[in-house]
Design a protein around this ligand. Structure first.
Ligand code: NDP
Length: 246
């Protein structure tokens, strides 16, 4: 089940946290994985995967570099013959109350979380249209569904991904390309640890399933949406949030 042998996948933000978990899970199911992050940050995960016998390589990319992002899918197709799965996962927060939010922080969050997904999806659908198939998966957030005080920029970027995915899903459905969203809740990564240091949160109260999620919880949902078994699912928002939002 969810065998991805022969598929070629690109995961942004694959150096750590959720993206690393997704890269490992896709590779573990047989996909050739291009793990992307800034500079040499994704080298370690690619090396770890190849040392375990999986097919993987690192790509040095800043997702806010639109020209570089526009080229990446074409480069992957030239090297590996195809591109089947694109996971737009790289993301940042610059949390602040709106009254105090700096325009540059707003722009950074929207640029990294939303505009980069536009650039990546636009470049990726070209080979996918030719292949007449593909999977685009955006990593949104429960905050894009519920809002959260102090996170107007982050919530706007993550809600924007949902509208973007639903619109694109309708554009490319006739060519066998699906576009879906995974919306994680609170997942145990560097990003959440930074928030947890600022505010003490009782996860058992906030989360019906009583624990933080893991990168592997999110990665399992991505593998499902990436697989042939999910061919009839598009424009969907798959929550992986322990029941935080139902
Ligand atoms: P981390 O902060 O642990 O990792 C972020 C990843 O994004 C890193 O790999 C980082 O790579 C990459 N990244 C950030 N900016 C850029 C950039 N400009 N160009 C390329 N890569 C970049 O985050 P998480 O793993 O926690 O989050 C991953 C995604 O999941 C994000 O989109 C986040 O919004 C979302 N999410 C996370 C939740 C959580 O609870 N953790 C909950 C809901 C959603 P680099 O090594 O280059 O810095």
């Amino acid at each position: 089940m969810f065998d991805l042998t022969g598929k070629v996948a690109l995961v942004t933000g694959a150096s750590r946290g959720i993206g690393r978990g997704i890269a490992c899970a896709l590779a573990g199911r047989g996909a050739m994985v291009v793990a992307a992050a800034r500079g040499d940050h994704a080298l370690a995960v690619a090396a770890e995967l190849t040392s375990r016998g999986y097919r993987a390589e690192a790509a040095a990319i800043d997702v806010t570099d639109a020209a570089a992002i526009a080229q990446l899918p074409g480069d992957i197709v030239r090297r590996h013959g195809r591109l089947d799965i694109v996971v737009s996962n790289a993301g940042i927060t610059r949390d602040q109350l709106l009254a105090r939010m700096k325009r540059e922080d707003w722009d950074a969050v929207i640029g990294t979380n939303l505009t980069a997904t536009f650039s990546l999806a636009q470049a990726a659908i070209r080979p996918m249209l030719k292949q007449r198939g593909g999977r685009i998966i955006a990593i949104s957030s429960v905050v894009g569904q519920t809002g959260n005080a102090g996170q107007t920029s982050y919530a706007a970027s993550k809600a924007g991904l949902i509208g973007f995915a639903k619109a694109l899903a309708r554009e490319v459905a006739s060519r066998g390309i699906t576009v879906n969203v995974v919306a994680p809740g609170m997942i145990d990564t560097d990003m959440t640890r930074a928030i947890a240091e600022k505010v003490q949160i009782d996860w058992a109260v906030e989360i019906p399933l009583g624990r933080l999620g893991t990168p592997e919880d999110v990665a399992a949902a991505v593998c499902f949406l990436a697989a042939d078994e999910a061919a009839y699912i598009t424009g969907h928002v798959l929550a992986v949030n322990g029941g935080m939002y139902m």
